[in-house]
Design a protein around this ligand. Structure first.
Ligand code: PMP
Length: 464
C-alpha cells in the first residue's frame, strides 16, 4: 500500500528545550502501526498531515506517547484558542457528564439557555439571536438557508443569489462548497447552482485590484443583477492565505448590501473568538454583519458552532421547523461557556493582538531575507500565512512549504500541512495563550528550517 506521507522513520537531532523535546526517530517507529491503521481504513483524503500521533496536549504544547513534545502552531485546526486541555474547560465538561446529562435537543436545558444568553451578549446590535450547532459547515449551511429565505421574502424568488469570493473556504458540505471559491473542491458537484457566484477576493496579492468597482464589474460580467443578491458572504480573513480585505472595500460593501437589502455574512468559524486580536474579526473593518458564523475556537474543544444574527432573519422559519439532533448539546455547551470565560478572563484577545505584532515583525524580517517568501499575511493577531513561491514569481512552491513544515516537525514545532493556492502557504496559528518566549523560540525554529530547506534546494539545483 502506498501512502501520501512517507512513513520511513528518520534519525533526527535530539532537541531538548524548555518547550520542545524530540528524542526519537521521526516518525516514531512505534507510531507507524497506528498511522497505517488509519491510512488503511479511512478515506485517502484524510492523509497528508505530518505523521505525529497525539497523546495529550496542554496549553500550547502537544505530546506523543514516546517522550516527544512540540510547540503547537496548529491549535488543532484553529480550535484551541484558550489553549489545549484547559483545566476549567475539562472541569465544566466533567460536571455535565457527572450530572449526568449527555444529550437532548428537543427539550430545553439551562446550559443551552446560558450559552445563547452569553453568545448574544458578546455580539453588537442587531445580532440578537443565536443558533447553536455542531460544526462550522453546519453554521454556514444555516447562514445560506436563512439568507435565501430572507432574500426571497423581501425581493421575490429571483432574489436568491449568494455572492462569495474566489479562494474562499466555507466547509465541505454541499452548500458550503457551492459558496466556496476553490474550483477543484467542487468538481464533484457537477451541476453547480447558478445562484452561487464568486467574485475576486481583494487581498492585494493574488488579486491586485482591490477597488470595490471590481466587485460590481465582476457581478455584471457574470450577469448578476444586484437586485437579485440575497447575501454576500466572506471569511473575515481568507483561511487559505490569512489575508484580510481592505477596510474601505468592506465598508463600501456594507453600504452596498444595506442599499440592496442583501445580507452581509461574515464566516468567522476560523477568525472569531480572539484569533485576530479582536474578539470578533469583523471589528477590524468597523462594520457589523447581519449574520455571523462561529466555530472552532468558540468551544476551544468539543464540536460546537453558532450562527448569530438579526432576529428578523433568524425568526423567518416557523416553530418546529429547525430540529437539529446535536444542536446546543449539553456537554459541548458547557465546554463553550467555560472556554469563552477563559478567553475573557485571561484577556487572550489582547495577548493575541500583542503577540501578533511580534509574529508579523519577525515574519517580515524573514521575507526580506528569503526571496522564496512571496507574501506574508500577518499583523492581526495570532494567525499568519507565509506563501512560498518560486523566486521572482508568484508561482506557489508547495514542495518548499511542505519541506519547511516537515523540518519544523522534526525540530519540535508542529503545524498542519500547507494550505492555500498550490498548497504553498505555511499557516501559523498557535493557541492564544502562548507566551513571548515560546513564540520567539518557535519562530527561531521556523527561520532555521526555512534556511535549511532553501539551502537544500539550492544545492540540488547545482548538482542537477
Ligand atoms: N468556514 C471557515 C471559514 C472555516 O475555516 C471552516 C473550517 N476550516 C469551516 C467553515 C468549516 O468548519 P467545519 O470543519 O467545522 O465544518
Amino acid at each position: 500500500m502506498s501512502y501520501a506521507v512517507d512513513l520511513t522513520p528518520r534519525p533526527v537531532p535530539r532537541v531538548e528545550t524548555r518547550h520542545r523535546r524530540i528524542v526519537t526517530q521521526i516518525p516514531v517507529p512505534e507510531s507507524i502501526p497506528i498511522l497505517k491503521g488509519l491510512y488503511d481504513r479511512e478515506p485517502r483524503a484524510l492523509q497528508g498531515q505530518p505523521p505525529v500521533v497525539w497523546d495529550r496536549a496542554e496549553g500550547f504544547q502537544v505530546y506523543d506517547r514516546w517522550g516527544n513534545c512540540w510547540i503547537d502552531w496548529s491549535s488543532g485546526v484553529l480550535i484551541t484558542n484558550a489553549g489545549h486541555g484547559r483545566r476549567e474547560i475539562v472541569e465544566a465538561i466533567r460536571e455535565m457528564i457527572d450530572k449526568p446529562l449527555l444529550a437532548t435537543f428537543a427539550f430545553a436545558t439551562e446550559i443551552r439557555a446560558k450559552l445563547v444568553e452569553k453568545l448574544v451578549s458578546l455580539y453588537p446590535d442587531p445580532l440578537n439571536k443565536a443558533l447553536v450547532l455542531s460544526t462550522g459547515s453546519e453554521a454556514v449551511e444555516n447562514a445560506i438557508k436563512f439568507a435565501r429565505t430572507y432574500g426571497v421574502k423581501v425581493g421575490g424568488r429571483a432574489k436568491h443569489v449568494i455572492v462569495s469570493f474566489t479562494g474562499a473556504f466555507h466547509g465541505r458540505t454541499l452548500g458550503a462548497q457551492l459558496a466556496g471559491g476553490i474550483p477543484q473542491l467542487k468538481e464533484w458537484i457537477i451541476n453547480l447552482d447558478p445562484g452561487f457566484v464568486q467574485v475576486p477576493f481583494p487581498d492585494g496579492y493574488y488579486c491586485e485590484n482591490t477597488s470595490f468597482d471590481y466587485f460590481l464589474e465582476s457581478l455584471e460580467q457574470q450577469g448578476v443583477d444586484p437586485r437579485n443578491v440575497a447575501a454576500v458572504m466572506l471569511e473575515t480573513y481568507q483561511g487559505g492565505s490569512a489575508a484580510f480585505a481592505p477596510v474601505d472595500y468592506i465598508r463600501t460593501l456594507r453600504e452596498w448590501c444595506t442599499g440592496h437589502d442583501a445580507l452581509l455574512i461574515f464566516d468567522e468559524v476560523q477568525a472569531g473568538f480572539g484569533r485576530t486580536g479582536k474578539f470578533h474579526a469583523f471589528e477590524h473593518y468597523g462594520v457589523v454583519p447581519d449574520l455571523c458564523t462561529g466555530g472552532k475556537g468558540l468551544s476551544g474543544s468539543l464540536p460546537q458552532s453558532a450562527l448569530v444574527g438579526r432576529a428578523d432573519v433568524l425568526d423567518l422559519h416557523p416553530p418546529l421547523s429547525l430540529t437539529i439532533t446535536h444542536a446546543g448539546s449539553p456537554v459541548p455547551s458547557a465546554a463553550t461557556l467555560a472556554s469563552i470565560e477563559l478567553l475573557l478572563k485571561e484577556n487572550l484577545t489582547e495577548n493575541s493582538a500583542r503577540l501578533g505584532r511580534l509574529l508579523d515583525q519577525r515574519l517580515r524580517g524573514m521575507q526580506e531575507r528569503y526571496e522564496e517568501i512571496g507574501f506574508v499575511a500577518a499583523g492581526r493577531g495570532l494567525v499568519a500565512g507565509v506563501a512560498c513561491v518560486k523566486p521572482g514569481t508568484k508561482t506557489p512552491d508547495g514542495d518548499l512549504a511542505k519541506d519547511v513544515v516537515w523540518r519544523c516537525m522534526e525540530k519540535g514545532v508542529l503545524m498542519f500541512a500547507p494550505v492555500g493556492p498550490g498548497l504553498g502557504t505555511i499557516k501559523i496559528c498557535p493557541p492564544l495563550m502562548i507566551n513571548d518566549e515560546a513564540l520567539n523560540e518557535s519562530l527561531d525554529v521556523l527561520d532555521e528550517a526555512f534556511g535549511e530547506a532553501v539551502e537544500a534546494r539550492r544545492k540540488e539545483a547545482v548538482t542537477a
